[in-house]
Design a protein around this ligand. Structure first.
Ligand SMILES: NC(=O)c1ccc[n+]([C@@H]2O[C@H](COP(=O)([O-])OP(=O)(O)OC[C@H]3O[C@@H](n4cnc5c(N)ncnc54)[C@H](OP(=O)(O)O)[C@@H]3O)[C@@H](O)[C@H]2O)c1
Length: 180
């Protein structure tokens, strides 16, 4: 798959490494911006309050499938939006998913070897399910669908619980399973 990562730090760079190892073709974009016209899917992994700036410096976003991995630490989503993910969709008008915001980048290199696989919650548009779930699996996680894009807000707010839990036990994986 042709992937563009906007933000090439812990999350964008870390996932780019993993996806390249899985055979994907990844373009990495930082503050200088770039063109994503060729990409089949775009990951947004910039600071939560820099999304508008970051997307303004990227060309070719119209209609793209986007995975938004951003978090908002103690700040609100852009005015008029319930989540950063819905703001992103307003800029692209394409299928949009919230994912990877509840998975610690510093544990990416420990994902392999975990059994069962760590979970990765995503919420978003059904049109993006196939792409999102493949990229979640290719990063080593088990996809857990949390519902439509309107659930991206609660997913972003869940960060508070993840921070609470990691304050207690340290950076961690999570899993959900049915009884069987
Ligand atoms: N770290 C984690 O464990 C983790 C986990 C889940 C979600 N998140 C979220 O994922 C996002 C990225 O986190 P990170 O830890 O990867 O951050 P990071 O290591 O600081 O990387 C941030 C990246 O964003 C780019 N950037 C910053 N401001 C920008 C702007 N105005 N326009 C375009 N690009 C800009 C930087 O570009 P340059 O390379 O040019 O400097 C850099 O590549 C954040 O929203 C964070 O809350 C983090």
């Amino acid at each position: 798959m042709k992937i563009a990562v906007v933000g090439r730090g812990n999350v964008g760079g870390g996932l780019a490494d993993r996806w390249e190892r899985a055979g994907h073709d990844v373009t990495r974009i930082g503050k200088e911006g770039g063109d994503v016209s060729d990409a089949e899917v775009v990951l947004v992994a910039v600071p939560g309050d820099a999304v508008a700036d970051a997307l303004d410096s990227v060309q070719g976003l119209d209609g793209k499938t986007v995975i938004d991995a951003t978090n908002l630490f103690g700040i609100e989503p852009p005015a008029g939006f319930r989540s950063n993910a819905e703001f992103v969709k307003s800029k692209t008008n394409g299928p949009t998913v919230k994912s990877f915001n509840l998975n610690f980048a510093r544990l990416y290199d420990q994902v392999e070897g975990q059994s069962p696989k760590p979970g990765n919650i995503w919420s978003g548009d059904e049109e993006a399910r196939e792409v999102a779930e493949q990229l979640i699996r290719d990063a080593g996680y088990e996809p857990l669908n949390g519902g439509p894009l309107e659930n991206a807000g609660p997913q972003e707010q869940f960060l508070k619980l993840m921070i609470g839990i990691s304050n207690d036990i340290g950076p961690c994986f999570y899993r959900f399973s049915s009884p069987d």
